[in-house]
Design a protein around this ligand. Structure first.
Ligand code: COA
Length: 374
């Protein structure tokens, strides 16, 4: 079995940002319009008025201060309330592939690799722009990578599950280097008209290069010591969008179940213990004491959740920097969140330092990756 390292990471961050103030202003304007439009029904008690959103609530409940998005204008227009991403022709590069190329370029450069040295591409993300051909194959062709590519979706755990899949292939010898990309256009599957969740998501793309350790040349790589994935079915985070639904009544965009929805409180309560237990048993099985961890790069869904997982894993309050958060700037970026944290907060670690990347989300799904700086 070969040893595997992560030799390069890259993050593509869309230029446009939306502050909580801008977001709340647009939402409240939409809500006021709707409440005016249905004033009679609201007065008659046959319809509920839409409650206003609130900046302080958003920061208190989630820790999110702003998010990057591909199209700010559509999201903030009270008459539109979703990103307007023009459909591209079959001859044009898809939006996800475009984001992926940008992040992949950075990861390859950091790893000191050219595409010809890569054997496969995995595009792992929560929502895909189309059913097929795979975005990964488009990225493979655009970069000039040989071998193969495929898409996979395990919602917010897509990146860690892809790390396990790629690491297993490299360990066993079916590939020498694999590029993983996580283009997350979360803004397109968020219901921006729903006060309970309109603040949650942002857009981003991350990339990782995994290589056989004996072939890697980059300084400051991270050896993948062990990976573990778990799933447990739950409807508490769900998106019903799919081709079978077209035959049902109602236009796709009018159906609330066709976009992200969740039972946030249940998710919080059920997922925190599941994740803490996953990390602790994974570490115990690898004979690593939590006290020997230098860093936790957690999924970035909610600051409260991350703080609690940190305390449960370390048995104490994490020191500043031990468990870096990026969600104040990016919001929840689904599978990319823990990889952004890893990419931005790992260079400073000393050789030999051990850390864990951990994702969690819909499925439920959770993935733990134990790394050692080499
Ligand atoms: N502005 C103002 N008030 C709001 C609001 C908003 N944007 N959204 C909700 N509220 C209100 C609710 O109506 C509710 O009012 P009530 O007490 O009068 O009923 C109150 O604030 C609390 O709402 P609730 O939805 O229970 O909030 P919460 O404290 O549970 O926080 C989440 C919401 C989503 C941030 C939280 O449940 C969470 O972090 N869940 C984790 C799951 C997650 O992030 N998943 C992402 C996918 S992995």
């Amino acid at each position: 079995m070969h040893k595997v390292v992560i030799s390069g990471t890259g993050v593509f961050t869309p230029e446009q940002t939306i502050s909580n103030a801008e977001l709340v202003k647009a939402f409240n304007s939409y809500a006021e319009n709707e409440n005016r439009r249905y004033a009679d029904e609201i007065a008659a008690g046959t319809r509920e008025a839409i409650a206003m959103s609130d900046e302080d609530f958003i920061v208190r409940a989630s820790g999110i201060e702003r998010r990057h998005v591909l199209d700010k204008r559509g999201i903030l227009d009270p008459q539109i309330m979703h990103p307007v991403l023009p459909e591209r022709s079959d001859e044009e590069l898809s939006v996800m592939a475009e984001m992926a190329l940008s992040a992949a370029g950075i990861a390859l450069k950091r790893a000191g690799r050219v595409p010809a040295q890569v054997d496969a591409v995995i595009c792992a993300a929560s929502n895909h722009e189309r059913a097929y051909p795979a975005i990964a194959i488009e990225v493979q062709q655009a970069l000039g990578i040989g071998g193969f590519g495929f898409d996979m979706n395990v919602a917010c755990s897509s990146a860690t599950f892809a790390i396990q899949a790629a690491a297993d292939m490299i360990r066993s010898g079916s590939a020498r280097a694999i590029l993983i990309v996580n283009p997350e256009i979360c803004s397109a599957h968020l219901e921006w008209r729903d006060r309970d969740c309109h603040f949650i998501f942002g857009d981003v793309c991350t990339a990782l290069l995994l290589e056989r350790a004996d072939l890697a040349e980059a300084q400051g790589s991270f050896e993948i010591l062990s990976t573990r994935c778990i799933t447990q079915f739950s409807n508490n985070i769900r998106n019903n969008n799919g081709f079978l639904r077209r035959t049902r009544e109602g236009h796709m965009t009018d159906r609330r179940d066709m976009l992200f929805r969740q039972e946030g409180r249940k998710v919080f309560k059920q997922v925190v213990p599941m994740v803490a237990d996953l990390i602790l048993t994974h570490l115990a099985d690898e004979n690593i004491a939590p006290a020997h961890l230098s860093r936790l790069w957690l999924h970035q869904a909610n600051k409260g959740m991350n703080d609690l997982i940190g305390v449960k894993v370390l048995g104490r309050q994490p020191e500043p920097g031990e468990q870096p958060n990026i969600l104040q700037d990016y919001a929840n970026t689904s599978s990319a969140g823990s990889i952004i944290a890893f990419s931005k907060y790992s260079d400073d670690l000393a050789n030999g330092s051990i850390g864990v990347i951990c994702s969690f989300g819909a499925g439920y799904s959770a993935g733990s990756v134990i790394l050692r700086k080499v």
